[in-house]
Ligand binder design. Structure first.
Ligand SMILES: [Zn+2]
Length: 319
């Protein structure tokens, strides 16, 4: 797909400067640069102002609760961007229950950040960030989320420690090196003539339908995962499968692999344990769905790769 990278969280060409991660002196020198920017992340939320991400200088009071040295996320046209996890900071009133919601509705203000800035759920602002900001925020969210949930060595159970400038963890007991995980998920535009297969999960907002998706299993190819998931969830057999586009989806650590598949059968038989409903939707119907005029079907959220692929399919731009 020619404009695959136009997807939200698509690569904007950030220079990750991975060669610097093993050079503490070089990282320290970058942190001293007057133009260095640090993105504080708090419990998976990103700080934003109207203009985009809210960043601070190294040493800013908002970073007082940061765990360790800020992590170099990359160079944006030469400007060093760091991230710092300040999840240890406790606001006066925290509503932990809200954390479990489908779209985190929390907004949190930090007293050391400008009054107009807020920590917000990345999904709520992903479509209004610049492409470079979205790439940086997705990277930080995935990386810090991994650190927060992988504090112990999976081999020996000992507490592990960040290493390589914050890009891996190392076990001081058995010397294991632990790498951030990314979980591959297939998401598929299954078509039959001029119709596309949509499904919905019971946990989604009412009426929302999207493309079917599922985690790739150990020992499975992308193509096999597409065919298996569609057969399991909707009872539809799929023939030819081809790759379209991918999207990092750091909620918490997925890589969405967007594919197109040609259905070989029409009849839908859902697995109620997996999805609540599935249906074929024609191009004609989809015009109303995307414009919000269909009373029964609400489209996948803008910014999600499902929305991107459906829109490209409608515009005949999948090549
Ligand atoms: Zn170990």
């Amino acid at each position: 797909m020619r404009d695959a990278e136009a997807v939200t969280f698509g690569s904007a060409g950030l220079d990750r400067a991975s060669g610097l991660r093993a050079k503490p002196e070089a990282l320290a020198a970058l942190l001293k640069r007057p133009d260095a920017r640090v993105l504080p992340m708090w419990q998976g939320l990103v700080p934003v102002v109207d203009a985009g991400l809210a960043t601070v200088s190294p040493g800013h009071p908002a970073l007082a609760d940061a765990a360790g040295t800020p992590t170099l996320l990359g160079l944006d046209d030469g400007v060093p961007w760091f991230g710092a996890d300040i999840s240890a900071w406790t606001p006066d009133i925290a509503d932990a229950a809200a954390n479990a919601a489908f779209l985190d509705p929390r907004e949190q203000r930090h007293p050391a950040l400008p009054a107009e800035s807020r920590f917000v759920e990345l999904r709520a602002v992903m479509t209004r960030l610049t492409r470079r900001e979205a790439e940086i925020a997705a990277t930080a969210r995935a990386l810090f989320g991994w650190h927060a949930t992988h504090g112990f060595c999976p081999r020996c159970g000992h507490a592990s420690e960040p290493a390589m400038g914050g890009w891996i963890r190392r076990c001081p007991n058995c010397r294991a090196e632990l790498y951030p995980r990314t979980d591959p998920v297939v998401i598929m535009l299954i078509t039959r003539g001029d119709r596309v297969l949509l499904g919905r999960s019971a946990a989604w907002p009412q009426g929302m339908y999207s493309l079917l998706a599922g985690f790739i299993e150990p020992g499975e190819t992308v193509e096999a995962a597409v065919r298996r998931e569609v057969l399991e969830e909707a009872g539809v057999r799929v023939g030819a499968v081809n790759y379209l586009a991918s999207q990092p989806w750091p909620f918490p650590a997925s890589l969405m692999i967007g594919c197109r598949g040609e259905a070989l059968s029409d009849a839908i038989e859902i697995d109620p344990a997996e999805i609540e409903d599935a249906r074929w939707v024609s191009r004609q119907e989809m015009v109303d769905v995307l414009s919000g005029a269909n009373p029964a079907i609400r489209p996948a959220r803008e910014g999600a790769i499902a929305h991107f692929l459906i829109q490209r399919w409608m515009e005949d731009r999948l090549d």
